[in-house]
Ligand binder design. Structure first.
Ligand SMILES: Cc1cc2nc3c(=O)[nH]c(=O)nc-3n(C[C@H](O)[C@H](O)[C@H](O)COP(=O)(O)OP(=O)(O)OC[C@H]3O[C@@H](n4cnc5c(N)ncnc54)[C@H](O)[C@@H]3O)c2cc1C
Length: 265
């Protein structure tokens, strides 16, 4: 069940040119949180901007009752969020969304993140490691400075590879190029991914060719976050006359089976 509550800001620190790490004390909801869910955050102290902004749960420390978010400053909302200080309270709704479906987990799993889309994957990876799965992680970014989760991943028993567009670390090029190499070299049974829409769209044919089950976390623009406003709808395949129907990323997603998602041309 999602709720509207205030969480104390324990940290809100810049980690590179564009990204921040925000730690919130939220013991009231900690036991409900699943990997892949998000919080709907009221970024400013007043009514500007009016709408909340969806941010994924990056990490969850159940013992301390703390939730970590990673966010990139894009516009008005995230700019204001970056000015919020330790000791202030942040108004959030959550946890929202369905999260990753972990009911039929396979043994050999590939996790792929692009840009700030790597944010929700950390909680998932930590859960997969706890369940003793064999995990390989591919993280892509514009450059070395923007590669996220490096320290956390180095401390975990996962195989971790990086791609940067400018070649400053790891594979030179998009993470989808690294994925193509990886799928040729190794067999995977299941893939989880989050990143910009063009990345997820490019992954779909690569993965379906190999017949691997994949779940995608979509980052649609979102309004209410509770299924009322329909601003975050996306197309999924169904057997009706049109061949598709609209689903809400906020309440039906943000995680969908890759085989169902229809990306617009
Ligand atoms: C389920 C979900 C989880 C998300 N998790 C994270 C996260 O963990 N960390 C993070 O940094 N961001 C995340 N996002 C994206 C984040 O919500 C947007 O970047 C944010 O709302 C932008 O708000 P703003 O006021 O700063 O920018 P705005 O002024 O609203 O927009 C500025 C720019 O950001 C782009 N933008 C706005 N919303 C989105 C969006 N949903 N996806 C992609 N681009 C967008 C716009 O096209 C515009 O160019 C998530 C989005 C969704 C739907």
């Amino acid at each position: 069940m999602s709720r509207q509550i205030n969480g104390d800001i324990l940290a809100n620190e810049r980690i590179n040119e564009s990204d921040y790490r925000l730690v919130l004390s939220l013991p009231e909801i900690i036991d409900e949180v699943k990997p892949g869910q998000f919080l709907h955050v009221k970024c400013g102290p007043g009514v500007d901007p009016l709408l909340r902004r969806p941010l994924s749960i990056h990490q969850c420390n159940r013992d301390k009752g703390e939730i970590v978010l990673l966010y990139r400053v894009f516009g008005r909302g995230t700019e204001l969020l970056a000015t919020r200080e330790v000791g202030e309270e942040l108004d959030i709704m959550g946890p929202l969304g369905n999260g990753f479906d972990l009911t039929e987990l396979k043994e050999k799993i590939l996790v792929v993140g692009g840009g700030i889309g790597s944010a929700p994957l950390m909680a998932l990876i930590e859960r997969l490691v706890k369940l003793n799965k064999e995990v390989t992680v591919l993280i892509g970014a514009q450059n070395k400075e923007q590669l996220l989760c490096q320290d956390e991943l180095t401390d975990l028993p996962v195989d971790f590879k990086t791609a940067t567009n400018d070649g400053s670390a790891g594979y030179e090029g998009y993470v989808t190029g690294l994925l193509e190499q990886e799928l040729e070299a190794n067999e995977y049974e299941q893939i989880f991914a989050c990143g910009p829409t063009p990345m997820l769209k490019a992954m779909q044919p690569l993965v379906s060719k190999k017949n691997i089950e994949m779940q995608l976390s979509l980052e649609e623009r979102m309004g209410c976050g509770t299924g009322a406003c329909l601003s975050c709808v996306c197309k999924v395949k169904v057997e009706n006359e049109e061949g598709f129907e609209y689903r809400k990323a906020c309440t039906d997603g943000p995680v969908f089976k890759a085989s169902e998602v229809i990306f617009d041309e």
